[in-house]
Design a protein around this ligand. Structure first.
Ligand SMILES: Cc1ncc(CO)c(N)n1
Length: 227
């Protein structure tokens, strides 16, 4: 059993709330309102900017070239992932400059700064565990939603699902799982594992809050279109 699987099992409820959120179920069914998806995507662009910094921090905190390379590879995947956001947002006439100038929502600040703080106050394993729900979670979601694309040729979220079900993202997730195992081999006591579960569960909850944020932003706009 990988350390990732053990973390997932120990934080089962929080993990399920994240990967099984209404956002994902409605996306799978193709019934997620476009306004909700758009609110999500704009914040996710801002999220990825901060996440790229977190991976850069992982490069910095690496003590071996191998650890540096692994973090660098994922950093590149994250930077490439932003191209999806730019492409999709172009359709709404949202330029990268407009995206970057959008204020961060509280949920975006909470999640990204939590992860960055884990990296600053903890060691490399803490940081990679805080990052795990992100890459590994989205790869799991991508795999789960991929069959929906076969069922509907004109699925509205084809590009998004295809990105996370795609080989590039799946490989990055596989590498992240193996990397956590490698880092844990050095010193994983029972006490340390409990601390890591705390980090993993919190990051999973912040992921669920991130989906929820998109519904909240769309709802606020509906009630106050000028706001
Ligand atoms: C909130 C969030 N978590 C994970 C990913 C995957 O990189 C993403 N794009 N956004």
């Amino acid at each position: 059993m990988t350390v990732f699987e053990r973390l997932k099992e120990a934080a089962r409820e929080d993990w399920t709330r994240y990967v099984d959120h209404a956002f994902i179920r409605r996306m799978e069914a193709g019934t997620l309102p476009e306004a909700v998806f758009r609110a999500y995507l704009v914040q996710d662009y801002l999220f990825l900017i901060q996440f790229a910094r977190a991976y850069a921090l992982a490069v910095y905190k690496s003590r071996s070239l191998e650890d540096m390379r692994t973090a660098q590879t994922t950093l590149n995947v994250i930077m490439d992932e932003m191209k999806l956001h730019v492409r999709l947002c172009e359709r709404w006439n949202l330029s990268p400059a407009t995206l970057e100038a959008t204020p961060e929502h509280q949920a975006t600040v909470a999640y990204t700064r939590y992860v960055l703080d884990c990296g600053l106050s903890g060691d490399l394993l803490d940081l990679h565990v805080a990052l795990a729900p992100c890459v590994i979670g989205y790869a799991e979601i991508g795999r789960r939603l991929a069959p929906a694309l076969d069922a509907a040729a004109d699925h509205p979220y084809r590009e998004w699902i295809g990105e996370y079900a795609g080989a590039c993202f799946q490989e990055a997730a596989g590498a992240a799982i193996a990397h956590i195992d490698r880092l844990a081999e050095r010193a994983l006591t029972a006490r340390r594992f409990d601390e890591l579960v705390g980090i993993f569960a919190k990051a999973s909850r912040l992921e669920a809050d991130f989906w929820q944020m998109a519904f909240d932003i769309a709802e606020e706009r509906r009630n106050d279109p000028a706001g």
